[in-house]
Design a protein around this ligand. Structure first.
Ligand SMILES: C[S@@+](CC[C@H](N)C(=O)[O-])C[C@H]1O[C@@H](n2cnc3c(N)ncnc32)[C@H](O)[C@@H]1O
Length: 186
């Protein structure tokens, strides 16, 4: 059973809703003007607000299954200077409410380990990515198991049909995280 509900959404938004990880991960991705970005398990929408602030003419879609989380995301985004570029949709990784082949970049920031079915989620992400598009998976903190575990996750992404371009540990502003960036394998 998922732990995500109205109560945990409030708790998360209060404690981690503007976590520095989102800003640092977005910065690392160097998004291009006009990018279509889909954030799977977008939480409060913080990553998309950072992305929208740095990308001209972008389209930003946040997807989350928890109604209260989406309400908070919309509340925080409505007053944001780049909020008009951001849209939130109810859905989950396993059934993304996004058309085929439209996304330039998909974020899965601290959401992957919360999906019900990661195989189906990754298949869905392959479906919505355009050719050459990128998937960025972030896991907060040090990956338990170190470099072996990091490699094991890269192998799992490869098995799911992605080419892993990089996997790196990033630290700053009091946070540390691991980010894998991949494209769809030919
Ligand atoms: C730890 S929070 C991370 C939120 C946001 N990405 C961030 O980094 O601040 C995990 C998020 O995953 C969402 N989630 C739970 N099950 C999901 C699923 N099956 N598909 C997509 N997102 C899911 C939760 O509602 C929650 O917003």
């Amino acid at each position: 059973m998922s732990v995500w509900n109205a109560e945990t959404a409030e708790w998360y938004a209060h404690k981690y809703g503007e976590h520095a990880t989102n800003r640092l991960a977005v910065k690392e991705l160097k998004l291009k003007p006009g990018s279509v970005v889909v954030d799977v398990g977008c939480g409060t929408g913080s990553a998309l607000r950072h992305a929208a602030a740095g990308v001209r003419n972008g389209t930003f879609i946040g997807v989350d299954p928890v109604p209260r989380m989406l309400e908070i995301a919309r509340e925080r985004t409505d007053s944001h200077p780049h909020g008009a570029q951001i849209e939130f949709r109810s859905g989950c990784a396993e059934a993304l409410p996004v058309a085929d082949g439209v996304a330039d970049v998909v974020f899965a920031f601290d959401s992957f380990d919360h999906w019900q079915d990661t195989t189906t989620g990754l298949t869905e992400i392959r479906r919505i990515l355009r050719l050459g598009g990128r998937l960025a998976v972030v896991k907060d903190g040090a990956v338990p198991g170190g470099s072996r575990a990091r490699q094991a996750f890269s192998d799992a992404l490869a098995l799911a049909g992605f080419t892993v371009c990089s996997s790196q540990e990033i630290a700053g502003d009091g946070v540390s995280f691991t980010m894998w960036v991949c494209t769809v394998a030919d």
